[in-house]
Write a protein that binds this ligand. Structure first.
Ligand SMILES: [Fe+2]
Length: 118
């Protein structure tokens, strides 16, 4: 985990969360199978569906990061607007906040993207 440029910590968190969701799904399905009460059985099945949705969302984000199709964005520390470096940016890429006009450089620290005001 964490071997994709700029996403080391985020990928670790996403993969850890995915493991948690997988375990939750497994447990809710098990609870549903064992529930003798129909309402409880349905509740656990609904929770399993919810966990499955969380898993799919996480899998999609992890895949996009690993495929380098995830857009690298930050919130402008000056005005709070979104500043984007696009997909698969190079370290050292420079962009300007569209709202306040301040310029930022994309840097990488300990495997994680960050920005530096120029
Ligand atoms: Fe800004």
């Amino acid at each position: 985990m964490g071997n994709v440029k700029g996403f080391s910590s985020l990928l670790g968190l996403l993969e850890s969360n995915l493991s948690f969701e997988r375990e939750a799904l497994r447990r809710y399905k098990g609870f549903a199978e064992k529930a003798s009460n129909e309402e409880l059985r349905q509740l656990f099945l609904d929770l399993a569906i919810a966990e499955s949705g969380h898993m799919n969302g996480l899998i999609n984000v992890i895949r996009a990061i690993k495929d380098s199709t995830y857009v690298v964005r930050f919130l402008c520390p000056v005005c709070g607007w979104e500043i984007s470096f696009g997909e698969n940016p190079e370290i050292g890429a420079i962009t300007r906040c569209r709202m306040c006009g301040v310029t930022f450089e994309l840097i990488e620290t300990d495997g994680d993207f960050d920005i530096r005001r120029l």
